[in-house]
Design a protein around this ligand. Structure first.
Ligand SMILES: N=c1c2ncn([C@@H]3O[C@H](COP(=O)(O)OP(=O)(O)OP(=O)(O)O)[C@@H](O)[C@H]3O)c2ncn1[C@@H]1O[C@H](COP(=O)(O)O)[C@@H](O)[C@H]1O
Length: 106
């Protein structure tokens, strides 16, 4: 069950492209990746419980793992102190990074 404080997404500050940066973090604290989300992607994440982003290169809603199977089950969505960045707390299936690494930072 995804944890989300009521109305928390409504006060988010999107950039000029309508995007916010999203950090995906494993429950054990490992930082997995940084990507971008539109309001549509955030709503899809909340509605489905799986991480969605906005792919800047493909210019489309991106369900992480849709082709690779490396899905991210989202257990919490958090917004930072000044409401311009988002944290997805996830349970990662397989490697998070398209390079095959567990994390895009390793
Ligand atoms: N799977 C990933 C993926 N996983 C983690 N990341 C990280 O997420 C960031 C996404 O940032 P961007 O929006 O700039 O990147 P993008 O436009 O989605 O894709 P790229 O141009 O970076 O390939 C990347 O810089 C990586 O650090 C990934 N970035 C891209 N992909 C691509 O997404 C596609 C679908 O993969 P799955 O979702 O795993 O099925 C594949 O073509 C992958 O190459």
């Amino acid at each position: 069950m995804l944890t989300l404080a009521p109305g928390v997404l409504d006060g988010l500050k999107y950039d000029e492209r309508g995007l916010v940066p999203v950090i995906a973090q494993e429950e054990d604290g490992t930082v997995l990746m940084l990507a971008w989300a539109s309001r549509e992607a955030l709503d899809a994440t909340v509605a489905t419980g799986y991480a969605h982003y906005w792919s800047r290169s493909r210019r489309e809603l991106w369900k992480k793992g849709a082709t690779s199977g490396h899905l991210q089950e989202v257990v919490a969505v958090k917004v930072d102190c000044d409401a311009d960045a988002v944290l997805y707390l996830v349970r990662q299936t397989g490697p998070a990074c398209h390079t095959g690494s567990r994390s895009c930072f390793s």
